[in-house]
Design a protein around this ligand. Structure first.
Ligand code: ZN
Length: 258
């Protein structure tokens, strides 16, 4: 019995060591911007509605290439040439849904447990050409009942996995690209810059132009601040990438500023 226990512990330690090495390797690759970050977009048909399936089946890479252009444009403002910095690919749709995201009020242990379950799920549902330094963005398309809200999206730096909740609705295509870019930035090391309770962008880091003479209304949203601050306590969610900027703090977090 004792031998089995010892073997089990050794195996567990080996798995943990391999996870830790992979995490460190992934951090290097996604932080120095000298190579190309390989990004797989994996659509999920997340409910039984025919409209969801039809929507997902007609998706093409064109829907997402705006994200690449946005990163190139924003990097230029920080004197970074990342013309080949991101490489987006669209995988075939899957129907497997990931483990349910715990509510924000969950304990650290519950979140850690979910994150482990998610990584096992992602390992079981990885795209055919998956490699360790690839970013996987799973987009869960749904057709919610009118008025029903959808769960929040997540981007995990450890494991380079994003879970994006989206409505199977062409009118929300540009909003989806804002959410995808936001979660991708989390994966690359950026933090949220809005009040988690009210949604109000935090001054100054969550403002696109914190130094503007008239502070309000702002014209753009800082992408990790999510919304355009209209007054000190009123905001409007940015629904198009061209309404957002990558601010200095975020640029520093993802390695664009030394
Ligand atoms: Zn966020």
């Amino acid at each position: 019995m004792k031998v089995f226990k010892f073997v089990r512990i050794v195996i567990l330690l080996m798995i943990l060591a391999s996870v830790a090495t992979t995490v460190l390797l992934q951090r290097d690759i996604t932080h120095d911007w000298t190579g190309t970050i390989d990004i797989q977009i994996i659509p999920i048909i997340a409910d039984q509605a025919d409209s969801t399936r039809r929507y997902v089946e007609q998706l093409s890479l064109d829907y997402f290439t705006e994200i690449e252009r946005y990163f190139v444009r924003e990097a230029t403002r920080y004197q970074r040439n990342i013309k080949h910095g991101l490489h987006l690919q669209l995988a075939g749709p899957i129907t497997a849904v990931p483990p349910v995201t715990p509510p924000p009020s969950s304990s650290a242990l519950q979140i850690a447990g979910w994150s482990l379950k998610l990584r096992i799920w992602a390992w079981q549902n990885e795209p055919a050409n998956y490699h360790d330094s690839q970013v996987r963005l799973y987009i869960l398309y749904q057709t919610p009942i009118q008025g029903e809200s959808i769960n929040h999206s997540t981007g995990l730096r450890n494991g380079l996995i994003g879970l994006i909740r989206a409505r199977a609705d062409a009118r929300e295509r540009s909003l989806h690209n804002v959410v995808i870019s936001h979660e991708l930035l989390h994966i690359l090391g950026a933090s949220d810059k809005y009040d988690l309770e009210t949604g109000q962008p935090l001054f100054p880091f969550g403002y696109a132009e914190p130094d503007k003479t008239d502070r309000h209304p702002q014209q753009y949203a800082e992408i990790m601040g999510r919304s355009i601050a209209l007054t000190a306590n009123k905001h409007k969610v940015a629904r198009r990438l061209n309404q957002t900027l990558i601010g200095d703090t975020t640029a520093g977090e993802i390695g664009w500023i030394d």
